[in-house]
Design a protein around this ligand. Structure first.
Ligand code: ZN
Length: 605
């Protein structure tokens, strides 16, 4: 790893989630979501398109959106699915259905066959667009697809030691480097993403050319290479040099992927100015343009961040991919700085902006994630408030698959001082000579028990994150009990096998008021408990009332309730409303799982 990284991730094989909330979500991903993804990729001809590039006969297949556009980036859905299978196969081994690994083998063969002798591979360009690459860097997503190919290759390399995809990815990256590297022409992609992948490729291969190419692509941004397009240069972050842009701008996923690459390059090259620019943008984004759920992106028209405090709940875009990208970016910032607030952001986004993107049974998805759906409404775009099995632009579902498959990697890090736990789940964690057994019923209850199973003789530090939402936490360790505040709690000692540290996070129901500058929800409140944001769904509103009639009764307190109808262990909240007693609120991530319904996170007072 690089010298610039403060903490280093424990690899996937060293963190095993064994029980509880996340074990169940990961099981659903493995047993339902990933197989469903394969079914959909087959049904929609996504792999067949690469077969055509390899020389097969047939028609290019693509769902079209309302404008009739054929998307040029569908190969990336194959790559994301392969990435998910790579992480999953590395961790669960034989628990993964053999038809999935067989399908993955088949895909790898098809990609290899589609790849031209010069290393170029892109089914859209090869089949639909005459075979001449790089005619439309602004909209063509060619580097972007190579980026996802590389990420899939990294997963197979790291999780399985299987380098079939890595060989293909290296040839593809070399082709890009030959055309656009130090001695080539200037070119950047309208959709960032390749930058972080190139850095990973350097880490996997030791070849510095790739990180150099990534740095070059970052430096070329903000020079007008992409033009204004339909939405202006901000849309693809070509309006200002990366290190100068003071705030996030334009298309949310593009900005967040770009900043992921910027952190990776900054860490590899020791570029503190570049890192500082990302941290500055992130801090502003958290303060002014992030929904309570952690969702990002207020505008449908160009999938963009809005202005500061432009956070309408009903018109929220909050693309699932933007939430995923925010987790990826916050993770990189956490590794680069060690600061707990980045892990807080990961937690908020995972529970309240990523998880809502997939149904509880794992096979229906949200592309956009509004915080309010009206009971009576005009026609809305497909997927706005109703889950779909797949999308014409299917970026979100396989992106969810790969994030869940790699989620155990986000739980813990280690460095010279010891081991840091950032996210809580029942897990077995191995960090060199340290082995930890974590047990918890998080996110429903705030007690986390960490048992030292194996330890070196020397002293080392166990660090635990106390989330920013937590007003009162206690830590019990072999020396006794103490009260701690939000942030990072360090316990350094000569540990003995069998020692136990128990973190207890007080988790009362919280009533949250919005920033008054968010006009759309002024005068409303929302309910949170622990890391979870809650919502009221019209299914739970008495027949005599409509969701829109509800008024919060400030004279009474909300209370916890069991919600076995939503799921085992699920804790709901009974919300006091004027005139009618209470209505039940459910965790936001569980909404839209019963029937099509109205929903709101913010309730007027
Ligand atoms: Zn998406």
């Amino acid at each position: 790893m690089s010298t610039g990284t403060v903490e280093r991730p424990c690899g996937s094989p060293q963190v095993a989630i064994v029980d509880g909330f996340w074990a169940e979500r990961l099981r659903i991903n493995r047993e339902h979501t990933i197989p469903h993804g394969l079914e959909q990729l087959r049904k929609h001809g996504t792999l067949d398109n690469l077969r055509l590039a390899a020389g097969a006969d047939g028609q290019y297949q693509a769902l079209t959106d309302s404008s009739g556009a054929t998307f040029p980036f569908l190969d990336s859905d194959i790559y994301k699915w392969l990435e998910a299978v790579g992480w999953e196969a590395g961790r669960s081994g034989s628990a993964l259905r053999t038809e999935l690994t067989a399908a993955a083998d088949e895909m790898i063969d098809v990609i290899r066959a589609a790849q031209r002798p010069d290393g170029y591979v892109n089914s859209y360009v090869q089949v639909v667009n005459g075979g001449e690459p790089y005619r439309d860097l602004a909209w063509g997503h060619e580097f972007y697809c190579v980026g996802h190919l590389i990420q899939a290759a990294i997963a197979w390399h790291r999780a399985l030691g299987d380098d079939r995809l890595l060989d293909i990815a290296v040839r593809a990256a070399d082709e890009v480097d030959g055309e656009f590297g130090a001695s080539g022409r200037d070119g950047i992609d309208g959709h960032p993403g390749i930058e972080m992948a190139l850095v990973e490729l350097t880490r996997a291969t030791g070849d510095q050319r790739y990180v150099t190419l990534a740095a070059r692509m970052l430096d070329l941004r903000g020079k007008g290479l992409l033009g204004a397009g339909r939405f202006g240069a901000e849309y693809w972050q070509d309006h200002k040099p990366v290190r100068e842009a003071p705030t996030v701008a334009g298309h949310a996923v593009r900005q967040l992927y770009l900043d992921c690459g910027a952190v990776d390059v900054a860490v590899e090259l020791g570029d503190d100015d570049l890192l500082a620019s990302v941290r500055r943008r992130w801090a502003d984004l958290m303060r002014t343009r992030t929904y309570l759920t952690g969702g990002m992106g207020s505008r449908h028209r160009d999938e963009a961040f809005g202005d500061p405090y432009e956070l309408p709940p009903d018109q929220a875009y909050a693309e699932t991919c933007a939430a995923i990208a925010s987790v990826m970016l916050a993770w990189r910032l956490l590794l680069a700085t060690g600061e707990a607030e980045y892990a807080d952001a990961i937690e908020r986004a995972m529970y309240n902006a990523v998880l809502p993107g997939v149904s509880l049974e794992g096979t229906r998805f949200f592309y956009v994630n509004p915080l309010q759906r009206r009971t009576h409404r005009a026609e809305a775009p497909p997927g706005h408030g109703e889950r779909a099995a797949w999308y014409a632009c299917a970026c979100c579902p396989p992106n969810l698959m790969r994030l869940f498959s790699s989620w155990p990697q986000y739980l813990a890090t280690s460095d010279e001082s010891g081991v840091q736990l950032h996210q809580y789940a029942s897990a077995e964690i191995i960090a060199e000579a340290v082995r930890l057994r974590v047990r918890t019923n998080y996110p429903w209850h705030g007690r986390v028990t960490v048992q030292i199973v194996d330890t070196p003789d020397d002293e080392w530090t166990l660090s635990l994150r106390v989330p920013g939402w937590c007003g009162l936490a206690t830590v019990e360790d072999p020396d006794g009990s103490s009260t701690v505040g939000a942030g990072r709690v360090d316990r350094r000692r000569r540990w003995q096998a069998g020692d136990t540290v128990t973190l207890t996070l007080d988790m009362p129901v919280r009533v949250t008021e919005p920033d008054p500058r968010v006009d759309a929800v002024r005068g409303c409140v929302a309910v949170e408990r622990g890391p979870l944001v809650y919502c009221v769904e019209s299914v739970d509103v008495p027949e005599t009332l409509e969701l829109e009639d509800l008024r919060w009764d400030p004279a009474r307190r909300p209370e916890e309730t069991a919600r076995p109808d939503i799921g085992d262990d699920v804790i709901g909240v009974s919300v006091p409303v004027v005139g009618t007693g209470t209505v039940g609120a459910i965790p936001y991530f569980t909404w839209a799982n019963r029937r099509t319904a109205g929903m709101r996170v913010w309730v007027p007072c």
